[in-house]
Write a protein that binds this ligand. Structure first.
Ligand SMILES: *Cc1c(COP(=O)(O)O)cnc(C)c1O
Length: 378
């Protein structure tokens, strides 16, 4: 079986983990947490990193840091993970959705301005599958209307927009270090920012908002979203190789592109001229003319020992939000289509060239057989 993802570890992860045990620093107070925060901040050329327990928590801390109030609106793509919406609704805010672009699968910037109201507090772009969002027009809108920009860069460590790193383009950038992300700490996340006030607020919110004068007197309600020294130790080791990991992702994507280019009935990831994608996951979208949806293709690939994952299911179709009276009757055709016809292929860092060639060959076979099967009826 070729797994959809597998992390890549070396000796350093073991060495730093053993150091935690030997030195008995295992909680969030240990020295690796600061080291990991500094390594991320310096990689992204920002001033502050605030490590947290996961990427979902990073988003929630970010929105609490900008003081999102009940009833405040946050504009985000419907084609994204539920974490983005949960972070908003947990604080009583309202996610306001836009559709995505058919080629990059990122939020369609042209749809944002229409959705801005008196209640809008922030825009939450998500760099889907490692391709940067077109940030300049988005940042212009944010400036024009006085909005915060919280970037979800959980799939985009090392991706670049016009030469600048994703996650460092808005007021706060949010990262995840879940096992399938570009670098991993098992579970983990981080906020990054250039704003000292937002960094200080984020540190406080992740750590129960302990009092400054008197520790157990709390002026605000925070969370325990701390990252442990054990997780950060793995993170520091992973950060030492991040440039190499990004290169592996890009090389693997290029191999897939070479193998799959020109096949009928399938849409491949694009890279805009201003973008440096890290191809976090190599997504493909079937053309509806194939007469095959992604789940059927996934089944056929699985028979050949190839694991895949379906694309995100759009937020506006989530039963959990319909139950709360949100998004009922809303429709975003591009997201609906790619969620039905899209999946991603094995994209892990440990993937071999032989495995990529095997996946490419099997995919080509399935699609050409399928085309032959449906041709006669046309
Ligand atoms: C993985 C991911 C998250 C959530 O991160 P967790 O660490 O799993 O909580 C948030 N946003 C996006 C776009 C992601 O891919």
């Amino acid at each position: 079986m070729i797994p959809v993802n597998e992390p890549l570890f070396g000796d350093k992860e073991k060495e730093y983990l053993l150091q935690c045990i030997d030195e008995k620093w295992i909680s969030s107070e240990g020295p690796f947490v600061r080291k990991f925060e500094e390594a991320m901040a310096s990689f992204l050329d920002v001033s502050f990193g605030v490590a947290v327990s996961n990427g979902t928590a990073a988003l929630e801390v970010a929105l609490a840091a900008i003081e999102l109030q009940p009833g405040d609106e946050v504009i985000m793509p419907t084609f994204t993970i539920i974490s983005c919406a949960i972070a908003v609704t947990r604080l009583g805010g309202i996610p306001v959705l836009v559709d995505c672009e058919p080629d990059t699968w990122n939020m369609d910037i042209k749809q944002i301005e229409n959705r801005i109201t008196q209640k809008t507090k922030a825009i939450l772009p998500v760099h889907i599958y490692g391709h940067p969002v077109d940030m300049d027009p988005l940042l212009d809108l944010a400036t024009k209307y006085g909005l915060f920009v919280i970037e979800d860069a959980a799939e985009a460590h090392g991706a670049e927009y016009k030469g600048k790193k994703c996650g460092a383009l808005g007021h706060i950038g949010c990262f995840s270090f879940y096992a399938n992300k570009i670098i991993t700490t098992g579970e983990g996340g981080m906020l990054v920012t250039r704003d000292k006030h937002l960094a200080d607020r984020s540190r406080s919110i992740r750590n129960l908002c302990f009092g400054k004068e008197r520790r157990f007197v709390h002026a605000e309600l925070g969370n325990n979203f701390r990252m442990s020294n054990l997780q950060a130790a793995v993170g520091v080791a992973q950060m030492e190789r991040i440039a190499e990991f990004v290169q592996i992702k890009r090389t693997n994507a290029q191999r897939y592109l070479n193998l799959l280019q020109g096949i009928q009935g399938i849409h491949l990831p694009v890279e805009k001229t201003w973008a440096r994608s890290i191809y976090w996951m190599f997504g493909v979208v079937l053309d509806p003319s194939c007469g095959m949806e992604a789940d059927m293709l996934a089944g056929k690939l699985l028979e050949k020992g190839i694991q895949t994952r379906p694309f995100f299911y759009p937020l506006h179709l989530q039963p959990a939000y319909h139950r709360l009276g949100l998004f009922g009757g809303e429709s975003y055709p591009v997201s609906e289509e790619i969620s039905r016809y899209g999946l991603y292929l094995p994209s892990g860092l440990a993937l071999t060239q032989g495995q990529i060639e095997y996946v490419g060959m099997e995919l080509r076979n399935i699609l050409s057989t399928n085309t032959k099967e449906i041709k006669p009826s046309n």
